[in-house]
Design a binder for this molecule. Structure first.
Ligand SMILES: [Zn+2]
Length: 248
């Protein structure tokens, strides 16, 4: 039986002689595995719509192990993200993070919306790519149930206005409690404020958020530590992104 769904290609792996296996975050079925028969062969009708980051209208039929593509129509390829390696790496990281946190069969809810909006913004120049990356990252973590606690101390629950962030505790610690985690980070209160705004505001509204360089650096440092503790996956794309930034 054929079924129709819109979905974003979040992973594309070569398979066999000329096939591809895709991971698609679909609006109807959540994360699914899709076989694209012959997609790597010359003149295949499936080649264009089965690239990483393609957002498509799929007509699929369900087999035993995965879905198979009957037809695919491209809605958006976000092709401009390929013009800049740092933006390309940012998109790669975000889809890898999304793939990691969403389970098969789990409704995509806001996750698909966050990714589409982030890819759209990273394909443009309106908002700094660092801001889009960090904001989408923290929103994906919140979707997955790992929203950092930023207004109240994660240990005693008191209102917290200090800048001590503890990845292990899942958010900020007040001055009295910060000794419970010697591996936390003393950061600018502005960095905490930026995280709160990133959680609250829609991505496209972040164009009015101008962050100083040291805030960007702190956000990167604490969020990487936070992801390492809570997601427990080594995202090698981050090291590649760092090496590209150094060359710039
Ligand atoms: Zn406390």
């Amino acid at each position: 039986m054929l079924t129709r769904t819109r979905g974003l290609v979040t992973k594309a792996v070569s398979f066999g002689e000329g096939d591809k296996i895709l991971t698609v975050l679909s609006d109807r079925y959540g994360k699914i595995q899709v076989m694209a028969k012959g997609a790597r062969r010359a003149k295949s009708k499936l080649t264009a719509g089965t690239q990483l980051f393609c957002y498509c209208d799929f007509i699929l039929f369900k087999g035993k192990s995965w879905y198979y593509i009957d037809q695919v129509e491209i809605i958006n390829t976000f092709h401009k993200i390929r013009n800049d390696l740092v933006r390309l790496c940012s998109c790669t990281y975000l889809v890898e993070l999304a793939n990691e946190v969403v389970q098969p069969g789990q409704p995509p809810g806001k996750l698909l919306h966050i990714l589409l909006e982030a890819l759209n913004l990273l394909a443009g120049e309106e908002i700094e790519s660092e801001t889009v990356l960090r904001a989408a990252e923290i929103k994906i973590l919140a979707y997955a149930g790992f929203k950092p606690q930023l207004g109240f101390c994660t240990s005693c629950g008191n209102t917290c206005r200090s800048g001590y962030f503890s990845p292990v505790s899942g958010g900020v610690l007040c001055r009295d409690c910060e000794k419970t985690d010697p591996y936390g980070y003393n950061i600018d209160i502005g960095t905490i404020r930026a995280m709160k705004l990133m959680l609250r505001w829609e991505l496209k509204k972040l164009d009015c958020l101008r962050l100083e360089e040291h805030i960007h650096k702190e956000l990167e440092k604490v969020m990487r530590a936070y992801v390492a503790v809570h997601i427990e996956k080594d995202f090698s794309i981050n090291r590649f992104m760092d090496s590209i930034k150094k060359m710039k």
